[in-house]
Design a protein around this ligand. Sequence first.
Ligand SMILES: C[S@@+](CC[C@H](N)C(=O)[O-])C[C@H]1O[C@@H](n2cnc3c(N)ncnc32)[C@H](O)[C@@H]1O
Length: 286
Amino acid sequence: MHASFRNGERMAESVHEAVLAALRNSRKYGDICEATLDRIAGRAGQRHPRAKEALKAAKRKLHQACGAYLDPMDLDAIDRRLASVPTGAKEEDLLVPCLDILRRHASTVERIPLLNVLYRDVFAETGPPRSILDIACGLNPFTLPWMKLPPSTPYHAVDIDRPLLERVQAFLSKVGRAGSVACRDVLVTPPTTEVDVVFLLKALPCIEQQERGAAVRLLGALRARYAVVSFPARSLGGRDKGMPVHYGDFMKNLMDQLKFGVKRLAYSEETCYICTLRRYAGNGST
Ligand SMILES: C[S@@+](CC[C@H](N)C(=O)[O-])C[C@H]1O[C@@H](n2cnc3c(N)ncnc32)[C@H](O)[C@@H]1O
């Protein structure tokens, strides 16, 4: 092996270590999934020979991946709202506190106008789900009151944002919802749980932005009957930028590669594609 190549590798490795240490100590990103910090620090170390630029690039990536959606200052407000929810409360009685919490996240706030129709329309296509895996869930588990699922239907939630997941776990425990909450980077460890319906709500653009080709790999690895994939109608800044057309092409490319059928549900805030995967063996299904 060429000596300058080995030197380059060693330099990238030391920048990786320095960036990882700085991210672990960062107030904003220190509680994000360790595998994500390591992956993003490693990438930054390969691209930027100087630790200062590498750290800046890593923080920019983390902002796009998760930091842009929830202000850590809002966690206290979520906690106060959660504290008002009695243990054993029924999901259907929690519309008001859940709406307050959903407003705190840049992604779920956009879903609020849809809540009365979204799950009605989705479950009309999939049938009543026997289990749900919500990948890159954000605060979406707080929309459970609108799903109208029996408490025994397991709801599995996965994200990289540990503080957010702690609030999701507190909510699921209070309402006695079956399921699980996992802090996991799906680019590093794709989910293997076999479920009836997977939610990938506004998740694939964020996943693909982190690594080209990651969306097709993730979708291809799912073991589920249906995947509900959605895309925002506008950018976080509120501009249209031709997003429905752009994501329509993105979705078509995924369908061509993975060969599944879709049903499209278009709303002014979000476009959903219900993908029929049929990779599910549970309860006698295919
Ligand atoms: C656009 S938000 C979508 C949140 C939610 N699904 C919704 O529709 O409101 C993207 C979410 O993906 C999570 N995320 C980003 N990268 C991830 C990864 N590699 N693995 C798991 N979750 C990730 C972020 O923490 C954030 O909560």
